[in-house]
Design a protein around this ligand. Sequence first.
Ligand SMILES: N[C@@H](CCC(=O)N[C@@H](CS)C(=O)NCC(=O)O)C(=O)O
Length: 221
Amino acid sequence: MANEEVILLDFWPSMFGMRLRIALAEKEIKYEYKEEDLRNKSPLLLQMNPIHKKIPVLIHNGKPICESIIAVEYIEEVWKDKAPNLLPSDPYDRAQARFWADYIDKKLYDFGRKLWTTKGEEQEAAKKDFIECLKVLEGALGDKPYFGGESFGFVDIALIGYYSWFYAYETFGNFSTEAECPKFVAWAKRCMQRESVAKSLPDQPKVLEFVKVLRQKFGLE
Ligand SMILES: N[C@@H](CCC(=O)N[C@@H](CS)C(=O)NCC(=O)O)C(=O)O
């Protein structure tokens, strides 16, 4: 497609934004990155996502696509002629990939957030839930290199952004993912070897510093 305008409204620590950065990088789509200040949202963000007022928003030729998973599917559909395919071609496999992306959205974010926003029994319960969730994902991965099989794809894109938060999760949750879920960590390290992922994820210590500031703000430090 000629004369395309692609803009991404994003915020650097967002695991949701990272999904779009990775999908766009995989497809080698050029875009303008616009960092949002979520305490002072831009008029463009409010105009493009008036319902949720959240990032990420992909703006393609002036039209917004909100919700990260929907936007990754949109990228796949619009640029389907550009390799690689992000979703499996078989309808059943595609449904399975969507199931796992949905599972990640429904479970992992909340458990992860509770690891650094709660204390005591609530935090212990969150840690148990979080590790259990990773073990379920390890089961889905099985012995494959990536969730979809031999090649990096949709579920990997939905999940890998969380990895940049793991140092923060482990620091405040006081556990080691590598000890609890070695297969998960091996998968994450495999994904990090991809240029599209390495350049889209912030360093784990940077996210830890960001979380420390948030905890101070919430009166948790
Ligand atoms: N389900 C949404 C989640 C997006 C989301 O939670 N974005 C956060 C940043 S990580 C946000 O914009 N928060 C601003 C707010 O809630 O006001 C997606 O997948 O895109």
